[in-house]
Design a protein. Sequence first.
Length: 182
Amino acid sequence: MERTTELFIDQLRKRNRAACQRLVGDYGPAVFQMVRRIVQRQEDAEEVYQDVFVKALRGIDNYDWRKASLATWLSRIAYHESLNFVRARRPDIVYMDDRDLGTDHIDDLSEEGQSDSQSIQMLEHALAMLPRNEQAVITMFYYDNMSLADIAYVTDSIPSTVGSQLCRIRKKLYKMIKAVHS
């Protein structure tokens, strides 16, 4: 860990006000983005966002830079706080049975005459139908460019499981889009 990061963590552990403000300032936008992808209502997302930083500051003594970067550690807290909030509100709805996914070959979804914007809209609609935890995994990988190892850390998994999960989710999305398109 570089010296400036070490000093920053030390200041957070001492509950230095400026360090706490810097934590929220530097990492707040990414944390809120993670929360907002899982928690639908803006007001609820703001509440969870605050809970993430309260939990992070209370648990900063347990932060281990050898396991993950500070950003990844905060993402892990945001992911779990968000899912816990959603689970407490209502049960997750599963739209497809994973057993139906098989090992279909995934072809190009675009057809002649179909614009990229139509394809993107179809994909976004299908993403919105996924359970929140699957949406989070997809967005961490494709939108946040997180590695499988970082996603595994955030979701309490292992990289190979995350890779398999991504494969299943992509197949599920493909089938959802094909079903709507047919």
